[in-house]
Design a protein around this ligand. Structure first.
Ligand code: EPU
Length: 432
């Protein structure tokens, strides 16, 4: 078993470079299925979710070549297979993007139901509603989602999303790019990775307008052609380091970011007494480690991101006073709370609301990462805690954070990877 061992209580100083955005990469890589010719994708994060989705494309028959550490060339021109292999796809949430991309390219797709972090119910009814409105028959049989365009090619139409969904918005965009006519997505999600996917597709010849607003218009084109595209920086990775410095104290320049994407996080940390200075493509975070209480509610972008909820909770555990944290996106994103309590945190959860009474300090403990962001939050809590913590199940963390141990060590954290004989089987699925 591989664990992180962290000796807490050390302030962080220096510079951290942020990698490409996971949730943009896992959509843009499947989007290359729509393109004739070679797509050069730059600023790819080196994380296990990206490796998985690249492996799935390879199994479908794509030619995937690594150019350098953060660049790959993907050529899907010669794929003739719209059936996604079972084993890999079930390990990752983002495999649902293969439905939209394959349906757009071939007029049919067979994809296993997606995996994903256990955050409560994660239905994909809005994705299916969009495909059906565009003329696809979608049903589940034999453990597969089968989607088929009745006329061989999808037809543009108006799709109203019943709730704001990142995945459904991107999936309908993928399906609509090569469809006949105009598709209008209403009540669309506005996350930075939605805009990134639209920019990628437009740079390859698509006609998409309005990404980043709640109405996106996609005029179908006959063909996309290869080119080069660089993925945006990861908002959540940057926010995680911001939360870490806030908790430990210190001064860290978080670079290769888009400060505008971080405003929702910056605003909350400033309320808690952290100093944040925006630079052109960096933010400087300065904290004396003394935080004050605030209330946080997670919402779709530009609200406070749900994917930062566990990390800000780690900060609130150390903030003076009582904070109220409300999860506005997922049904069950407080599974980490028991682990925090083992460190001395005072948290009461009732449904989607957590009431956190700040404590003077947390104490190191043996912790088990239960999902990606919860695992990152445990790293933050352990960095700030008195004493030593051990975090197991770190494969969750490595799904979404490139080189986290080296990046943290470089700014003064005492964190190391320890491999011990297996205490228990790591049977939990990878997710997304
Ligand atoms: N929802 C439905 N029906 C649908 C789709 C969504 O009811 O058809 C509900 C969900 O149950 C949830 C809400 O709508 O309550 C929002 O879900 P959304 O579709 O936006 O989430 P997702 O696309 O499955 C992505 C990220 C998540 C992130 C959410 C919200 C990827 C691969 N995953 O999930 O990221 O939490 O958007 O921003 O992009 C993570 O990175 O740790 C992570 C979990």
């Amino acid at each position: 078993m591989t664990k992180y061992v962290i000796n807490g209580g050390k302030p962080l100083y220096g510079t951290v470079p942020i990698s490409g955005a996971k949730n943009a990469a896992v959509a843009i890589i499947p989007a290359t299925l729509l393109v004739d010719g070679v797509c050069r994708i730059e600023n790819i994060p080196q994380i296990s979710d990206v490796t998985l989705i690249l492996n799935i494309l390879q199994e479908l028959g794509a030619d995937v070549r690594t150019v350098d550490r953060t660049t790959v060339d993907i050529d899907c021109t010669h794929i003739h297979n719209a059936k996604v292999p079972d084993e890999l796809a079930r390990k990752i949430r983002a495999s649902y993007y293969l439905i939209g991309a394959l349906l757009g390219r071939f007029g049919s797709a067979q994809v296993p139901p997606p995996g994903g972090c256990d955050l409560g119910a994660r239905p994909i009814d809005q994705h299916i509603k969009g495909f059906a409105a565009m003329g696809a028959d979608v049903d589940v049989r034999g453990g597969y989602i089968h989607a088929k365009a009745r006329n061989g090619r999808l037809t543009g139409t108006q799709v109203y999303m019943d709730m704001v969904s990142v995945g459904a918005t991107m999936n309908v965009m993928l399906a609509a790019t090569l469809a006949n006519g105009l598709t209008i997505i209403e009540n669309a999600a506005k996350e930075p990775h939605i805009v990134d996917l639209a920019n990628f597709l437009n740079s390859m010849g698509a006609d998409i307008m309005g990404a980043g607003t709640d109405v996106i218009k996609i005029r179908g084109v006959d063909r996309l052609v290869g080119g080069a595209y660089s993925i945006i920086p990861d908002q959540i990775e940057a926010g995680t380091y911001m939360a870490a410095v806030s908790a430990t104290g210190g001064e860290v320049l978080i670079k290769n970011v888009i400060p505008k994407h971080l405003e929702c996080i910056t605003a909350k940390l400033e309320e808690m007494g952290v100093e944040i200075e925006d630079r052109d493509d960096a933010v400087l975070v300065r904290s004396n480690g003394k935080l004050t209480r605030t209330n946080v509610k997670t919402l779709p972008y530009p609200g406070f991101p749900t994917d930062m909820q566990p990390q800000i909770a780690a900060d609130l555990c150390l903030a003076q006073g009582t904070s109220v944290l409300t999860e506005g996106v997922w049904d069950n994103r407080y599974r980490y709370v028991d682990e925090f309590r083992r460190m001395g945190a005072q948290i009461q959860v009732d449904g989607k609301v957590a009431v956190i009474e700040g404590v003077e300090h947390l104490t190191g403990a043996k912790l088990r990462a239960c999902d990606l962001r919860a695992g990152a939050a445990m790293v933050i809590a352990a960095l700030a805690a008195h004493g030593t913590s051990e975090i197991s199940n770190i494969h969750h963390i490595e799904r979404g954070y490139e080189d986290i141990v080296r990046k943290l060590s470089n700014i003064g954290a005492d964190i190391r990877v320890v491999v011990t004989p297996d205490e228990d089987q790591q049977t939990e699925a990878n997710a997304g």
